[in-house]
Design a binder for this molecule. Sequence first.
Ligand SMILES: NC(=O)c1ccc[n+]([C@@H]2O[C@H](COP(=O)([O-])OP(=O)(O)OC[C@H]3O[C@@H](n4cnc5c(N)ncnc54)[C@H](OP(=O)(O)O)[C@@H]3O)[C@@H](O)[C@H]2O)c1
Length: 269
Amino acid sequence: MSYGRSALTRLANKTVFITGASAGIGRATAWEYAHATEGQIKLILSARRVENLKDLQDELNSKYPSIKTFIGKLDVSQKDSITPFLKTIPEEFKDIDILVNNAGKALGNAQVGSIETKDIDEIFQTNVIGLISITQAILPIFKAKNAGDIVNLGSIAGKDPYPGGSIYCASKFALRAFTESLRKELINTKIRVIEVQPGAVETEFSIVRNYGDKSKADKVYEGREPLIAEDIAELIVFSTSRKQNTVLAELLVFPSDQASASHVYKKPQ
Ligand SMILES: NC(=O)c1ccc[n+]([C@@H]2O[C@H](COP(=O)([O-])OP(=O)(O)OC[C@H]3O[C@@H](n4cnc5c(N)ncnc54)[C@H](OP(=O)(O)O)[C@@H]3O)[C@@H](O)[C@H]2O)c1
């Protein structure tokens, strides 16, 4: 995709830090930055599954020999591991320009009263505490140069809560409140705070939500035309390649068969 006449110049040689880059939207975003800059980009790619990151790194290097990538294991739910991780980032990647806070998940569809405590903890530690902790750690870099983009992966679940999603929805509401406060706090800076709020995107998200049960996950999309990870990746790259004074503050993105969290058209099978 072409992002407009100046996008390549605006993005070239920037350093992008993506959490949850081992799959889905995070992985697609790494590729999209590589395509948009023809490999003139530095990527810090983190997640728990380092083997996936290694494959991604090899594929990126083979398609774009000029690309610079640093991969590292980071479990964002372990907030005490964030500072040690950041210390392992090589010097040439340390001047981060774009932070994509993408790592996140839902677990199960249980209703209040029956939700596993460990699922509540994991969702909040990942989607909320992890994201806040990484943002806190990176923000001084942006403040020091009065520049930088923070892209947070929210969700329609952060605007439109639904039964069976209380914890995930609450986590994305928390993310949205944090994101809005941050944007207001940074009003006198050139730092942009962007929230992308997807509807249904077919990734590993539903498999994770259904504890690895692929057939249950597939049912979610039966008779539907969900977005794919690349659709969201394009919007992340688009929003961070606008001219500096343009802030795409919120991007609510649905597939055409969806109009709210639960208002979904299903074609008869
Ligand atoms: N798919 C959708 O329909 C949808 C809709 C709205 C919003 N979103 C949001 O979009 C973001 C990306 O989701 P996706 O659809 O791409 O899901 P996905 O395919 O399951 O990918 C999730 C990514 O997050 C990483 N991750 C999970 N837990 C982590 C942890 N504790 N520490 C570090 N990384 C972790 C995973 O890597 P590892 O397992 O290797 O750590 C993976 O790379 C999430 O924030 C999600 O809430 C998705």
